[in-house]
Design a protein around this ligand. Structure first.
Ligand code: LLP
Length: 422
C-alpha cells in the first residue's frame, strides 16, 4: 500500500498535488511519501513481533538523509556499504551501535573509520578482508565484531545482475569454506566472530530461494557451534521483492517471510538482523516527468519525456517494469501504445516500451511509479543533465530534500588546467 492517490482528479502524494510540486520546482523530480516510508517500516517490524529481530535499513536503496531520518525515527538502524553511506547514516541520526557494514571491497581507510566511530558489526566477505580488519582493530586496541557473509550457492531466481548468492557471484565466502575462516577468526584476538550473514539477491518474488539459503545457514550455525564457535547473531540480509505491476504480481508479504524465518531459525535462539532496502522505500517514491513531445515514428509513437535513463536507469539496466500514471486523472480510458523515452542520446534511454497509456500530449505530466528504491541513488549527470532533485511529502506539506543543481554549480566542478587557459 502507498499514499499516491488521485484526489479531485489529480495524483497526489498524501495531501500534496504532484502537479503543484511540478509547477513549483519544475520537472523531473523524485517525490517520496513519509507516511508510506513509515508504514513499510512498521509492517516489516510488526511481522517480526515476538522474534529477537532488528531492522537495519539498506541505505543504498535510497540514501537521502531525510529518507534515512524518516526510517530512523521508526527505530531503524542501517546497513551500509561504504564510508559515504556510513557518514550518511550517522548524519541522519542513526547510532553507530545500530550500523552494520557490508560489501566485498571495504578499504583500510573505510574500516578504520568504521572502527573508530564504533559501528556494531562488520559483515566480512573474504579472508584478506578478515586479516586486514584484524590488523586495523589490533592497532587501535579494539575488538571488531564480525559476521561472516556466506555464499550459500542458491539461485535467487531474480534478474542476473542483482542475484548475489550463487557460487559464481563475487559475494560472500563459499559456505563450504566458511568453517575454515571461522577457525582462522578464532585465532585473531582483535576479532569476535559472533555471527553469520547471508544475502542472496534483490527483488525476490518467491520464498523458496530464501528457504534454501536460510536452511543452509541454520545448519551451519549448528555445525559451527559444535566446533566451539559462539554464534549468537544471524544477519539475513534484504531482498524481499515489491509489487511493481499493481495487484498483478504481489510478492510474499513480510508476515509470510517472518514465518519462514521463525520456522528455519527460531530454534537457534539467535539475535536477528534484517537489511531490507527496496521493501521500505520502493513504493514510497515516484519520478514525476513532463511530456516534451509526442513523436510519430513509422511504426511507433514515442512519448518523449524530460526524465531519462540518467535519472532512472532501472528499465534499461535490469529490464525493469515501472508503472506509469498520468498526473491528471484520465477522463477517457481509451489506450494508446507508446514507447516512453527520454532526451538522452542512446537507444537504451527508455522508461517503458510498448506501454498502453491514455492519450497524452506535450506538457502533460506523468508519474513513474515505484521509483523510490534504486532510482535517485543511481542517477547520474550523463548528457550534462542536472542531477534530479528529491522531494519529501509529509501530510499536506512538502520539502525539497535535494535541490536541483544550477548549471553554474555543475560547470564549476570541472577545472581547466593552466596550460589550456586562454
Ligand atoms: N543487503 C545487502 C548486502 C545488499 O547487497 C542489498 C542490495 C540489500 C541488503 C538490500 O536489498 P533489497 O532489500 O533492497 O532487495 N540496483 C538494483 C538492486 C541492487 C541491490 C543491491 N544489494 C535494482 O535497482 O534493482
Amino acid at each position: 500500500m502507498n499514499h499516491f492517490e488521485y484526489r479531485d482528479g489529480v495524483l497526489c502524494a498524501e495531501g500534496v498535488s504532484l502537479a503543484t510540486i511540478a509547477d513549483d520546482i519544475g520537472t523531473p523530480f523524485y517525490c517520496y511519501s513519509s507516511a508510506t516510508l513509515r508504514r513499510h517500516a512498521r509492517v516489516f517490524m510488526d511481522a517480526f513481533k515476538g522474534q529477537p529481530a532488528r531492522l537495519c535499513y539498506s541505505v543504498k536503496a535510497n540514501s537521502n538523509l531525510a529518507v534515512i531520518a524518516t526510517l530512523a525515527a521508526e527505530g531503524a538502524g542501517a546497513d551500509v556499504v561504504s564510508e559515504g553511506e556510513l557518514r550518511r547514516a550517522m548524519a541522519a541520526g542513526i547510532a553507530p551501535s545500530q550500523i552494520v557494514f557490508s560489501g566485498v571491497g571495504k578499504t583500510a581507510q573505510e574500516m578504520a573509520y568504521a572502527l573508530e566511530v564504533g559501528i556494531d558489526q562488520f559483515n566480512v566477505e573474504s579472508e584478506p578482508e578478515l586479516e586486514l580488519l584484524a590488523e586495523l582493530a589490533a592497532a587501535r586496541g579494539l575488538v571488531a565484531k564480525i559476521a561472516i557473509r556466506v555464499n550459500p550457492d542458491v539461485d535467487a531466481k531474480t534478474h542476473e545482475k542483482i542475484a548475489t548468492g550463487k557460487a559464481e557471484n563475487k559475494f560472500g565466502i563459499s559456505w563450504k569454506h566458511a568453517p575454515a575462516v571461522y577457525a582462522r577468526a578464532a585465532e585473531l584476538k582483535s576479532i569476535a566472530a559472533i555471527g553469520i550473514d547471508v544475502h542472496i539477491g534483490s527483488q525476490l518474488t518467491s520464498l523458496d530461494p530464501f528457504e534454501a539459503a536460510f536452511k543452509r545457514v541454520a545448519g551451519m550455525v549448528t555445525a559451527l557451534r559444535a566446533e566451539g564457535h559462539k554464534i549468537s547473531h544471524i544477519d539475513l540480509g534484504g531482498g524481499l521483492g515489491i509489487p511493481y505491476r499493481g495487484d498483478n504480481d504481489i510478492p510474499p508479504h513480510p508476515d509470510e517471510y517472518a514465518a519462514l524465518v521463525k520456522r528455519t531459525m527460531g530454534h537457534l535462539g539467535c539475535d536477528l538482523t534484517f537489511e531490507p532496502g527496496r521493501l521500505l522505500v520502493g513504493n514510497a517514491g515516484v519520478l514525476v516527468s513532463r511530456v516534451i513531445y509526442v513523436k510519430e515514428g513509422d511504426n511507433r509513437t514515442f512519448l518523449i519525456i524530460d526524465a531519462a535513463m540518467n535519472d532512472l536507469i532501472r528499465p534499461t539496466l535490469y529490464d525493469a517494469f515501472h508503472e506509469i500514471k498520468t498526473i491528471a486523472e484520465p477522463a477517457d480510458q481509451t489506450r494508446f501504445t507508446y514507447d516512453v523515452v527520454g532526451p538522452v542520446c542512446e537507444t537504451g534511454d527508455f522508461i517503458a516500451k510498448g506501454r498502453e497509456l491514455t492519450k497524452l500530449k506535450a506538457g502533460d505530466l506523468v508519474a513513474i511509479m515505484s521509483a523510490g528504491a534504486y532510482g535517485a541513488v543511481q542517477a547520474s549527470t550523463y548528457n550534462t543533465r542536472p542531477l534530479v532533485p528529491e522531494i519529501l511529502v509529509h501530510g499536506d506539506n512538502y520539502a525539497v530534500i535535494r535541490a536541483r543543481p544550477d548549471y553554474a554549480e555543475i560547470l564549476k566542478q570541472d577545472k581547466i588546467p593552466d596550460w589550456l587557459k586562454r
